[in-house]
Write a protein that binds this ligand. Sequence first.
Ligand code: F6R
Length: 609
Amino acid sequence: MCGIVGYVGDNEATQFLLDGLAKLEYRGYDSAGIAVGENGTIRVEKSVGRLSALRDKIAGNEPHGHIGIGHTRWATHGRPSDLNAHPHTDCSGDFAVVHNGIIENYLSLKEELIEKGHQFRSETDTEVVAHLLEEVYEGDFEAAVREVLRRIEGSYSLVFMSRRDPDTLICTKQDNPLVIGLGDGENFIASDIPAIINRTRRTYILNDGELAVVKKDSVWITNRSGEPVTKKVFEVKWNAEAAEKGGYEHFMLKEIYEQPKAVRATISPRMAKDGRSVAMDDLGWSKEFLSSIHKIDIVACGTAYHAGLVAKYYIEKLVRIPVECDIASEYRYRDPIVDEHTMIIVFSQSGETSDTLAALKEAKRRGAKSLAITNVVGSSIARESDQVIYTWAGPEIAVASTKAYTTQLILAFMLSLYMAQILETQTEARIAELCSALQRLPGQVGETIEDVEPIKTFAKKYGFNEDVFYIGRSLDYDVSLEGALKLKEVSYIHAEAYAAGELKHGTLALIVEGVPVIAIATQKSVYEKTLSNIKEVKARDAVVIGIAAEGDNELEKYVDHVIKVPVTDELLIPVLAVVPLQLIAYYAAITRGCDVDKPRNLAKSVTVE
Ligand code: F6R
């Protein structure tokens, strides 16, 4: 995790570095630092805490210079502290480096460098890179960086600066993202595009193993062997405001409200003109190809994993291909049974989650066909996968994922329909019916966020409870898992989701008077069963908030409060039912005064194991 930036050009480096880091705080925010070339030296300023702590520290005494690098950190090796914050320097102060990732062989390198007399100041893995650079430097900056890269193992994006080459930054990447922004008389480096779109829309997206020598009016890119690489300029199409809060108090709320638009943008380009079938022909799948797939493995983390569970239900129900859904950090180590008849589908908002990327590589190594569902164009997962489909959710900045989840559900559903069309596992009439439900969905998502007053009232009333339980069956259970995760991560309330039928096998012991239970009961086939489970918790004096579809006049007889969502095909209800759960989490966090967009201990993009 961590965000990194670099600047070289005619303007003040500090300005860009601080503004750029502010846009990357979603990647980590436990400490921040910058290094700026000032009067023939490299001046380093760093501070534990948010970027604002660094701003306060240097206020009135900002470094002045035209070249610099910066970092916002999410600690892996060494606790958050001033000393462990990046940039890191060598003994002489001639070199500075910022790093996102993990240097796996840092301990052996550190021992070797200590023996040679290097003095280390931090507990980080990154500091070895600065000392190693000092050790191997023989007058040629680029050659020394290449030598460092030959010696280090692990994942990284790195930006180097040298006091002896005061007009040059060198950057490179392996398994972590890095973009170069092309300006006029200036160039920028960043982990992600939001850091640079206020300055330029013209970018180069670096691939693994590529190294760029960046000066104010040139960018020279070579591959691992030093051969020149010709890169196409990638023109960023987002508008700058899309990455800003746009009047909402928090990104999370803004992103919840963006869901109708995000869902529409994800559906429309993939709907056939007559609206009766799905057009995902870019995938180029044939009946022969899909018939050769005997099993699908869906792999993801966190919220994306919860979307994967719904995808499993869709594919099995509509296409009848067996699906396993796994957490990426488990999958990659459990020796999965994968061969050329397996397809792996990975879900990832960021496209950078390290475990998901590793699981994808592992499945490919074993012969699987691969497909990625991601939100970030050109991300590592998008590039690693054989094929990719994008959720057109726009940038998701809040750590808690909302619009990425709903759009992932949409793509899971459309992909299942597309496969069903090819394999003829559903009738044309049923597919047309589901497509028509799909097209009503953006408006219906809008209806779920029209009146949030009752949700604010629950949040105020129950926001100080220590435990909340979520129950449901079938797709409702999958949605409960996501509802509980949202509440945990933003409000710090202990929340557990249980398959409603599983309660009596242990968890019912925790249900006592006044404990809030959120019961999702939208699935007709298991409705009566869920109702029995609701009666069980009511009999133990729980306070029950039910989530039901409009027209259900039964549930309110058994629960304390009901939230209704519009009627749609029950396969699609998860897209609607999750929205009140997102809002409950948001308003509970507000009630408790939590930092909604930056929950403690978390970061948006988990690029370490
Ligand atoms: C929770 C959340 C995380 C992510 C998980 C995977 O709100 O956002 O659980 O879903 O870290 O991230 P991506 O989707 O970027 O692979």
